[in-house]
Design a protein around this ligand. Structure first.
Ligand SMILES: Nc1nc2c(ncn2[C@@H]2O[C@H](COP(=O)(O)OP(=O)(O)OP(=O)(O)O)[C@@H](O)[C@H]2O)c(=O)[nH]1
Length: 898
């Protein structure tokens, strides 16, 4: 048993009493619970394989079970396809279709086998095998592992399209678009672990590898300019078409590091710098005479160049006339703005003129004009039009930035964008008349005059500069009195927590079905889809688990938000992941919740395992984060024949544990349920075996729960939980109003960027509204701010009373583990920041808070201490906020900022 597991399994009282007897074994990577599941799973897989079991080793079985979270069916299917009856490999054909295995670092071994075990062209395989430091194939420009797989499959036999069935690609005709999408990565960073981590689970290792890759890409972003400079090298094929030697002579490694976007310069400026650099240093592939921003009149029109498929674009070859110099690819042309007039095109190219190219970046694009403004005048010659679009990735909650380039835009289109739009004209006229009348001063304009306010220090609160559109109009409402008058339903949000596979998502899916938030047809459709991958029992869970990764793996990875109404209340459901690797996402959900449903699997052994695992950790975490009301749903009672005895046993043990975790008895309720069948969720169970329970249903318990007191009169605070682009605004922010109120037209300050924005329109609890107050979930359509200044985890606040940024704070922390000066990750909602415990000024009395011991060297689990945390960068933090500290993928402390 590892040191951390040992600690987590102890009672705090015992820890205090028996600290001396602490042992430090580290030999077994698996917890006893995992070991038992592994042993049972291995036996089940061997039984299922029968005589074929001899073809696979125990290690291979365990690897598969680990990957599939002990799902025997999936493991068997994988082992059969991989080891028992492996699919034959297609024969090699043409030189450019030589085969090789795509071995992308970001995927686990099993992922490779499952997803990538197709023969791929060698140029792809070799060039993608080291994605972190390799460039894309010369003719394909940007890429990513998923994109690689997708594109590669189009050139070889096996189709991988099914892997992307839930991803809309923007309706770009296949022959016209080149879209490269990075692999799905869970939002918000999965792991803590800035310290010297103990052994990591394989899932943690996978996530860490992804994180590392992103960091490497980020570090490489400085190479963007260089990459752009080298764009001409993107196509180095000579007149013979596809000169592999030339490609090899120009290894693409330095040309491919543009996907990390943290310091990507503005595209126009990059292009400009590209032109300058190129002019100063012509390469064999870019003759200086091609550099002028517009082609000489004698030259023919620009080549249609890059066309639909990568294969086609690969064939944008130079003629013999051009053989002495290596022509840039069309892709290079687009980015560099070089009109390679000397380069003729193929017939196919002419028959398929392209009108746009999409480039996906692995993260937000900094410095690129997100509003799709035309580049400055001096750049227009090199690039007619580009636009950055943020779009939802498939059914997931992920968003991606796409740069869409529109070269050769017709003059009419250019003219259209050169003038103010009809909307702009109307809005400008309105603003003008308003100013002339001098009658109204919007709160926005008031705030403009007052910012920056006292205490901001670092808050810039500058005048909006990117767009000169008029400020949104405000009705100058007294929001609090509007709220008083408003006789609407109260809003409340609750988080659903519990050990992995306790049945949280299934229960919420069933609840939404029984409340008619989702219809039966949808569930039937999900059931059929789930059946196809042998997971029909997860159909209800799929109502909430919408990401492909969640569905194939059968685990929730990120918070799923949903909404339903009862007669009195509008509820926001936050379905949290149960697996320990995704605790940071669970923290993000819990930070938005008024109360919690703790789901417990009543199955034999399952409850006991959960009590040592996330039943325990989640309970402690939600309490430390300020949630005081908890409804314990004792689930899967159908599996124990609705045994009242089992229910009482669980109830007694949990009541004791929860009161030890500082939940008051009056705030704890227990409901026996079957999430799968809907017993006692919305309707009382009709099962005669369940007749012994006559108490409230789960929904009745929810309705009788009072949301936590709203800080209506406090300064405005909204934590951004999602940032994306919509028709209404390129900067749309979803989040919860933690404190205060706001209305349309208000000026807001975004921290830590310190940039100002205005509320163009808003949704409160999913309905269009003029105002919103603390406790409501909002979607804000912002204006006068660039998307680069708003990120998930940011705090949106009142410019007059802003939250300050700080890189150091003192907190009163309940230790979950031993604390010493050590590296920690700080989690507050969606905000994750790296830091270290810098000092431990005092141990505190748990009840009175008085100093019990000054400057302790170590803080034991279960004790309360005052600690000082130094962060690597300033983040918006203030007294009264609750934060969680994690280290090495484990929660080590949680508490309140002083
Ligand atoms: N028999 C029975 N099975 C259930 C019940 N609730 C859930 N299950 C099954 O338990 C398994 C796990 O359910 P999920 O809803 O995915 O569990 P979860 O807690 O959301 O899982 P994570 O979010 O990944 O931690 C699925 O196979 C469900 O069909 C129940 O009330 N009775």
């Amino acid at each position: 048993m590892s040191r951390h597991q040992y600690i987590r399994n102890l009672d705090y009282q015992d820890v205090l009493d028996e600290y001396e007897g602490y042992s430090d074994e580290e030999d077994d990577e698996l917890s006893p619970e995992d070991r038992e599941l592994m042993t049972q799973g291995t036996a089940a897989v061997q039984a299922a394989l029968g005589v074929e079991a001899s073809k696979v080793t125990v290690a291979q079985i365990e690897e598969a079970l680990w990957h599939y979270y002990y799902d025997v069916d999936k493991s068997v299917a994988y082992l059969i396809s991989k080891f028992v009856n492996p699919a034959p490999k297609p024969a090699k054909t043409q030189p450019h279709q030589r085969t090789g295995k795509l071995a992308t670092r970001a995927f686990s071994t099993v992922d490779h086998a499952l997803l990538l075990d197709h023969d791929l062209p060698t140029d792809w395989a070799t060039k993608t095998s080291n994605l972190t430091d390799a460039a894309p194939p010369a003719t394909l420009g940007f890429s990513s592992s998923v994109g690689s797989r997708c594109q590669a499959s189009s050139r070889t036999g096996p189709s991988l399209a099914h892997l992307f069935h839930d991803m809309p690609w923007g309706n770009v005709p296949a022959h016209r678009s080149t879209t490269f999408v990075p692999p799905l990565t869970p939002r918000g960073g999965l792991l803590g672990g800035s310290g010297t981590a103990p052994k990591m689970s394989k899932l943690q290792a996978l996530a860490a590898a992804r994180k590392k890759k992103a960091q490497e890409q980020s570090a490489a972003s400085n190479a963007v300019a260089e990459a752009v400079v080298g764009l001409n090298e993107l196509s180095v094929r000579d007149a013979a078409g596809g000169n592999e030697g030339a490609a090899a002579a120009n290894p693409p490694s330095k040309r491919f590091k543009t996907s990390a976007a943290t310091s990507l310069g503005s595209l126009p400026s990059l292009l400009a710098s590209k032109s300058q650099t190129a002019a100063a240093r012509p390469s064999p592939g870019e003759a200086p005479e091609r550099l002028p921003s517009a082609p000489p009149p004698t030259q023919p029109a620009p080549s249609p160049g890059l066309r639909g498929t990568p294969a086609e674009s690969c064939e944008a070859t130079a003629t013999a006339d051009d053989a002495t110099t290596t022509a840039p690819s069309s892709f290079g042309d687009v980015l560099s703005g070089i009109r390679s007039s000397a380069r003729p095109t193929t017939a196919a190219a002419e028959s398929k003129p392209w009108d746009r190219v999409e480039i996906d970046f692995d993260g937000p694009l900094y410095g690129v004009d997100g509003r799709g403004k035309a580049p400055p005048e001096d750049d227009r010659s090199s690039l007619d039009w580009f636009e950055v679009r943020r779009r939802k990735r498939g059914d997931s909650d992920l968003y991606e930035d796409v740069v869409v380039l529109f070269p050769n835009l017709p003059q009419s289109a250019r003219d259209a964008f050169a003038k103010p739009s009809p909307d702009d004209i109307v809005l400008a006229a309105q603003a003008k008349s308003q100013t002339k009348a001098g009658q109204k001063t919007t709160p926005a304009s008031k705030a403009k005059k007052t910012a920056p306010a006292a205490g901001t220090g670092d808050a810039k609160a500058e005048e909006p500069k990117a767009v000169e559109a008029p400020l949104p109009k405000s009705r100058n409402l007294d929001v609090l009195s509007e709220f008083e008058k408003h006789k609407g339903k109260k809003s409340a949000s609750f988080v659903v927590v519990g050990h992995v596979d306790a049945g949280k998502s299934t229960m919420m899916g069933r609840l939404l079905l029984d409340l008619s938030v989702v219809d039966q047809r949808t569930v039937e459709k999900l059931r059929k889809e789930a059946q196809t991958i042998g997971k029909s029992s997860f159909a209800l869970a799929w109502v909430l688990d919408q990401r492909a990764e969640e569905r194939t793996r059968g685990v929730t990875i990120d918070i799923a938000t949903n909404r339903f109404e009862t007669d009195k209340t509008i509820f926001t459901v936050l379905d949290a992941p149960g697996h320990q690797d995704f605790i940071p996402n669970m923290i993000a959900g819990a930070s938005q919740a008024d109360f919690a449903i703790l789901v417990i699997d009543a199955g034999v052994g399952a409850f006991e395992a959960g009590l040592k695992g996330q039943t325990r950790e989640h309970s402690l975490l939600i309490r430390s984060m300020g949630v005081s009301r908890i409804i314990v749903a004792v689930n899967k009672l159908d599996m124990v024949s609705w045994s009242q005895e089992r229910f009482e046993e669980i109830k007694n043990q949990m009541a004791g544990f929860l009161s030890m975790a500082s939940f008051q008895a009056k705030n704890i309720s227990f409901v026996p349920v079957s999430g799968l069948y809907g017993d006692n969720l919305v309707r009382r169970s009709a099962n005669p075996a369940a007749a012994w329970y006559t108490g409230p249903t789960l929904v009745e318990e929810l309705e009788s729960s009072e949301p936590s007191a709203r800080a209506l009169t406090n300064p405005l605070r909204i934590t951004a939980s999602e940032v994306y682009r919509t028709m209404q605004s390129p900067v749309t922010v979803a989040g919860r109003v933690d404190a205060g109120s706001l209305q349309v037209g208000d000026a807001l300050l975004v921290q830590p960027s310190g940039e100002k924005a205005y509320v163009k329109s808003l949704l409160a609890d999913d309905a269009p509204a003029e105002w919103a107050v603390a406790g409501q979930s909002v979607v804000l359509h912002l204006s006068h701010i660039d998307p680069i200044h708003v990120r998930v985890g940011d705090i949106i606040c009142d410019p007059a009373k802003p939250v300050a940024r700080s890189d150091r704070f003192t907190m009163k922390a309940l230790a979950f583990d031993f604390l010493t000066p050590m590296q920690v990750d700080v989690h507050r909602g969606r905000l994750h920041a790296a830091g270290r415990i810098d000092a431990i000024p005092a141990l505190l009395d748990k009840v009175t808070g008085a100093v019990a011991n000054k400057k302790p060297k170590i803080v034991k689990p279960g004790t309360v201490a005052r600690i000082v945390v130094q962060l690597e960068a300033p983040v918006p933090l203030e007294a009264g906020q609750r934060v969680v500290l994690r280290s090495g993928g484990q929660t080590v402390a949680a508490g309140l900022l002083e």
